[in-house]
Design a binder for this molecule. Structure first.
Ligand code: GTP
Length: 372
């Protein structure tokens, strides 16, 4: 299946941005969920087929075989598959995935080791070790724990059983090979996922930051706003928005050059970062326009923050250019689910009013086209 860059860009434009997990453990689990789901489905089906084949070929068929291969394993694996859809139960899902091969191997050894036909059934053990490491979707450390316990049980039972010597050594050889290949492939897979995760995080950082100021860009601010809006709805609290624009910034570029303009923008971003709370989100929306999302903040509180920022900016000594001022527009989300674009429009109206009022001031717009 070939994926063109255009189809990816199309999808990115069509679908709303989503927040991906940022810690490796959660990221890895989410990357592995489809593998766990389909492996569980295929394993369920194969065990059902296996139980029919087994019924046909095993002369002294015991009811335990039926319970294990036709009932217990399929139910366990089907449960694993269902739990992949339930984030709250992912720990239980991983526990089942870790324990299921141990139980299956222990029962296999118990049923077949002394049957005289162990060589018919031992391949299931080797396959199970490979399955645990490379197919199940378990993390390396969990797969290693599961496979070590399985191998411990198999080895203990094999040493105490009276297996023919030539078969015994072959059995050990196959077990060792399954463990080695399984371990190596799980190790490599996990390393590959680590590299993918790092690249993914690098790209996510590049795609969410403004490269000049290191503030969030417009897309990331939209994601953060969605999250904050959701929280505000749940907690019945308000969100406010501050929009800032440096006054007569064109003059900086024209008189001192673009590089000095860039430095002024970076210092401006620093002032914002040092004068808002940790939970506030600051973004640069292009040019000399900056936006701050203030969660759990009423319009009146946001107005105070904006006035403090206006003061700090006007008192700041920017390199080369000295004092600069900013015009600031403030607004507040008036009802739940108000989209960012609507808030931005009101903040923009407030900002326009600040520019019209002679710049270096703060304006608050609570309702469309009404200022206070
Ligand atoms: N150095 C630098 N300049 C930029 C950047 N992005 C936009 N600009 C400049 O910012 C200036 C914005 O000018 P205007 O929109 O006319 O606004 P202004 O001069 O600040 O005037 P008012 O906003 O009306 O006070 C333009 O000269 C743009 O070239 C950037 O990344 N770096």
């Amino acid at each position: 299946m070939s994926v063109s860059i255009n189809s990816i860009l199309d999808r990115v434009r069509r679908e709303p941005p989503i927040q991906l997990p940022t810690d490796f453990n959660t990221w890895y689990l989410y990357a592995k969920l489809p593998q766990i789901r389909y492996t569980a489905l295929v394993t369920t089906l194969l065990y059902l087929i296996y139980s029919v084949v087994e019924y046909q070929i095993v002369a002294d068929y015991h009811i335990e075989r039926f319970w294990l291969h036709a009932v217990l394993v399929p139910i366990t694996m089907a449960t694993v598959g269902i739990l992949t859809h339930m984030p709250k139960h992912h720990r239980a899902m991983l526990m089942l995935l870790l324990l299921a091969p141990i139980a299956a191997n222990a029962v296999n050894v118990y049923l077949n080791l002394d049957s005289g036909h162990f060589s018919y059934f031992s391949p299931e053990l080797y396959l199970s070790i490979m399955w645990t490491f490379a197919i199940s979707g378990l993390r390396l450390r969990h797969a290693l724990l599961s496979a070590l316990i399985s191998c411990g049980i198999i080895l203990l039972a094999s040493f105490s059983a009276k297996l023919p010597t030539d078969f015994f050594w072959l059995h050990l050889m196959w077990l060792f090979s399954a463990f080695s290949f399984g371990f190596v492939s799980a190790l490599v897979l996990e390393k590959v996922h680590h590299t993918l995760y790092e690249k993914h995080m690098e790209l996510a950082a590049l795609a969410s930051h403004d490269p000049l100021t290191q503030l969030w860009n417009r897309e990331k601010m939209a994601m953060l706003f969605n999250d904050e809006n959701q929280r505000a709805i749940e907690q019945d609290s308000s969100i406010s928005l501050i929009m800032l624009d440096i006054d007569h910034f064109k003059v900086v570029n024209d008189v001192h050059g673009h590089e000095t303009g860039d430095i002024v923008l970076q210092h401006f971003a620093d002032i914002l970062q040092h004068n808002v709370r940790k939970q506030d989100h600051i973004g640069r929306f292009g040019g000399e326009e900056f936006v701050i999302i203030l969660p759990h903040t009423t319009g009146a509180e946001a107005l105070q923050v904006a006035q403090k920022l206006q003061q700090r900016i006007s008192q700041y000594q920017f390199p080369t250019v000295g004092r600069k001022t900013a015009s600031i527009g403030v607004t507040e989300a008036r009802y739940a689910h108000e989209p960012l674009s609507q808030l931005m429009r009101r903040a923009d109206v407030a900002l326009y009013q600040a520019k019209e009022s002679g710049r270096n001031c703060v304006m608050f717009v609570a309702k469309e086209l009404a200022s206070a």
